[in-house]
Ligand binder design. Structure first.
Ligand code: MG
Length: 211
């Protein structure tokens, strides 16, 4: 039986092309500052590296992990993107998502688990008007560990006080979210955005009824 549902945030609880663009521009700016090179050159270096990493892993690689490959400390990247853009300028309440989460909360503990930092995460949750719906919000700042490290998933389940096998992980990236969640015994649901969460109540219960 699923007792807890853990959601990835970016690309899962919302999709937004402006924010994607802001993340990319913030990443170019971070490398440009760090290496003292022009933005255009930083952009080329980052996109080349992302293509290489994608070819190697078979999956698109987030900017956080791309910058890490340039030895840019996660904390530096987070400080830069917090200053670079505010997700509240681009996001607004999603009525259908909120209604679905309110229903799910009646029978499940709900959590967010993201590689994003605490400040940007709080801004996103505020903009989507989902405050108070999550029992726990785990960000990079919680344990200073990034997905796909298994330790992040294990610690989140432990802090929720629920065995991994009773957790459902909902995310948009197989290699970063779902593969590791499954590896420690969680159930998984791959989504392409919040639209796939609108009707999740029936999906989750549907799964349980079959057993
Ligand atoms: Mg995501």
């Amino acid at each position: 039986m699923i007792k807890a549902i853990i959601f990835d945030m970016d690309g899962t609880l919302y999709t937004n092309t402006d924010i994607k663009e802001q993340f990319a521009k913030a990443a170019y700016s971070t490398l440009a500052k760090s290496d003292n090179i022009p933005i255009d050159q930083a952009q080329d270096l980052i996109e080349e590296r992302r293509a290489e990493l994608k070819a190697k892993s078979g999956f698109p690689v987030p900017y956080t992990l791309t910058l890490k490959s340039f030895d840019i400390p996660i904390k530096v990247w987070h400080k830069e993107n917090i200053a670079f853009f505010d997700p509240r300028d681009f996001l607004h309440k999603d009525e259908r998502l909120k209604a679905s989460l309110v229903k799910l909360k009646k029978n499940h503990r709900l959590a967010v688990m993201t590689n994003n930092n605490r400040i940007q995460t709080e801004r996103v949750i505020e903009a989507l008007e989902l405050d108070g719906l999550f029992d726990r919000v785990f960000t990079f700042n919680s344990f200073e560990i990034l997905k796909p490290e298994l330790e992040f998933f294990k610690k989140a389940a432990a802090e929720l006080g629920i065995e991994p096998k009773a957790c459902l992980y909902v995310g948009d990236r197989y290699d970063v979210d779902l593969q590791p969640a499954q590896e420690i015994g969680m159930q998984i649901l791959e989504v392409k955005g919040p639209e796939d969460i609108y009707n999740m109540t029936s999906k989750v219960f549907g799964k349980e009824q079959k057993k």
